[in-house]
Every structure is written in C-alpha cells, then in structure tokens.
Design a protein around this ligand. Structure first.
Ligand SMILES: [Fe+2]
Length: 362
C-alpha cells in the first residue's frame, strides 16, 4: 500500500520522469447512469462521443481527443482514474520505469483498454490515486464553432483535477519530481501549508493539492470562456428546478483569479465550472502565497465557503477497483482556522498594519 512514507525527498535519485503535457481525462463511477446522463449531457452539455451499456464517454466542445470524462456505472460512487497525457509514446516507457523505481503498483495496458485511448501505463501513485499516462488517443470532431450545439455552460475543455491529500508539502515534492511547478499556495506564518496549485500546461493548474483526509478526489473542473456562461448555467438550473445541484458560488476565487461555480452531480461528485485564470508559461512565473487568514484567498468576493466544500470529497479506487483507505491529516485544517471568517469580508492592508485584522497576502 502506498502511503505518504513512500513519497521520496526531492533529492532522491529517480529515473527521468515522463513528460506530462496536461491533465487529460477522469473516470467517475456513478450509481445511476441515467441520472448522471441528465447531469452531464443535458445540464452541462457535454458531447457523447461513445456509449456502452454501462458507460458514457464525454467531451467538451473544443476537445478533439475521444473523451475528457468517462462516467461508468458501478456499485459505489468513486473516482476510478485521473489520466494525464504524455508527449510521446516513449514517455510510457519512462513512466513505467519511474513508478517501478517509486515501488508503487504499475501496469501497462494495451490500446483500447479504455475506449478511444491507446496503450497506457496505469499506476497507484505515491499519494494513493489511480493515475494513467497515455499518448495515443482517437481523434474526433472538434465542435468549437458548432454554436448551434452550445448550451448554457458552453463548456470548452477539461481544466484541472483537485485532490485531497493529508501532507501537502510531501505531495508537492512528488509532483515537482514529475516536472510540475507551483503557481499559488495557501500557508500560515507557522509554516503549515494548506493547499497548492501545480501545472504543466501554462495555466494556474493541472492539479490542485488540498490538505485533508486522503486520498480523495475533491473535484474535476471544466473551463468555459465567459463569466456569463456560468451565470447562464445557474439560471438554467433554476428554470429546471435543479438549483440544489449548486454547492458553492458563483463567485471569484482569490487563488487563481478564476470565476467559478461548484456543482454536485447526482452521486455527490463535485464538478467545477471555471474561467478567467491566467497564463503561467514563462519559466520565471511568480509564485503567489496567500496567508490562510486572508479572507479573500478562497473568495475575492462572495459568500463564505460552505462547510461541505471543506469536508466532502469522492472515494478513490485502487487499480483493482477497490476503495482506497483514507489517511487522516495531522496538520491544522483550513476549515478549522477560517470557517465563517471569509466570504463577504475583507483584509485591508492598512487595517492589517494598524492591527485591526490578522490576515494579509504575504
Ligand atoms: Fe478547482
């Protein structure tokens, strides 16, 4: 079993890691495929590339690879896979060598093991997540200009994964070993790190690390181009009497600057709709560290973060399809130090200096 003790220090001598391009697709297990079909295709407007008796293969309007989300029927709602695309087929060899050196479960699977996806390397990563690396994938039609098909959210592409892990600095070291860089993080003056955002593609993140009991999948985020599409989606939910799918938002994050909305699917899997983050592709892109006491770190403006957003996350499966045990976080929890003190409240620098408020951006 992989736990945090297996995460190597940054200086560990490991083989060359695979060249990861970006987060590419996720696979979620759902308990009622028809209820989930409504949520993902009729509400979110994702395109069905393919379907079988027990699964839907979905993509967003700008995507030309076979899918960015697989919804599979199963007995227990869970996250079955987080997949990254690598630059060349040779990177599959590198992935295999890299994870064998990390002494975690690794298996190489032939093309077609997942519909539309070529040969792949599947691992249980050192954080305990089921992760796949692939290069080849079936191409399908890109619907960028099929405006006649775009619905309320007009979701353009997958943007990022957010995973819950007990030891954020250790998880950060693991992802840095894989070539990811940090764009932003949340910490306190005692050195506790509560969350970190890490990227390969030149956006704020491909994966966010959220401190908590893990491994659990916090959310999967899809991008849209306009703030107005997020508001349109909220109006759509109201009109069909399904606004209870909204968990948090709409609002604007402090971290990432993104305008966002968090939805819960019929099984409680959290899906974020996300827009307006920024370019991070230069090698000296500055890292932004937010103080955990800065009331504007999670919401630049907006309502306080709801407790469920901090507490709930999806079970993840191991490579055999069994639920992974969860390891408790030992460090302080963000919700315990900040809940109720954020939202429509501010951290004005002059007031900080006069001692009226404790939080500030460092
Ligand atoms: Fe997110």
């Amino acid at each position: 079993m992989a736990d945090n003790a297996s995460i190597p220090p940054a200086a560990a001598q490991l083989p060359t890691p695979p060249d990861v391009i970006r987060c590419a697709y996720a696979e979620l297990v759902v308990t009622d495929l028809q209820r989930s079909r409504w949520f993902y295709t009729e509400l979110l407007g994702l395109v069905v590339t393919a379907e079988t008796e027990d699964a839907l293969y979905l993509r967003a309007f700008e995507e030309y690879l076979h899918h960015s989300l697989v919804i599979r029927r199963g007995p227990v709602a869970a996250c079955a896979k987080l997949a990254y695309r690598v630059r060349t087929p040779r990177d599959l060899d590198l992935a295999e060598e890299y994870y064998r050196a990390l002494e975690v479960p690794v298996r190489r699977v032939p093309a077609g093991t997942t519909k539309g996806i070529g040969e792949a390397v599947q691992v249980e990563d050192p954080l305990g997540f089921p992760v796949e690396f692939f290069h080849d994938a079936e191409h399908v039609e890109r619907f960028t200009q099929r405006y006649d098909l775009h619905g309320a959210g007009a979701i353009s592409r997958l943007d990022h994964f957010n995973v819950v892990t007990p030891d954020v600095p250790a998880a950060r070291r693991y992802y840095e070993g894989l070539g990811f860089k940090v764009s932003e993080d949340i910490a306190d003056s005692e050195g506790t790190v509560y969350a970190a955002w890490m990227y390969r593609k030149p956006t704020v993140h491909d994966v966010a690390l959220t401190g908590g009991d893990g491994p659990r999948m916090h959310h999967i985020a899809f991008a849209t181009h306009e703030r107005s599409q997020i508001l349109h989606l909220c109006d759509h939910l109201g009109a069909v009497r399904r606004s209870d799918h909204i968990e948090r938002g709409p609002g604007r994050h402090g971290v990432s600057n993104a305008f966002y909305l968090y939805l819960l699917d019929p099984d409680g899997h959290r899906i974020e709709i996300y827009t307006h983050d920024y370019y991070t592709g230069d090698p000296d892109n500055p890292v932004i560290t937010w103080d955990v006491h800065d009331n504007q770190r999670r919401d630049w403006w907006g309502n306080p973060v709801v407790p469920s957003w901090y507490a709930n996350a999806s079970t993840v499966l191991d490579l055999d399809g069994d639920p992974r045990p969860v390891v408790e976080r030992r460090d302080a929890r963000e919700a315990e130090v900040t809940i109720g003190a954020d939202g429509f409240s501010y951290t004005r620098r002059d007031e900080v200096e006069q001692g009226f408020k404790v939080g500030h951006q460092v």
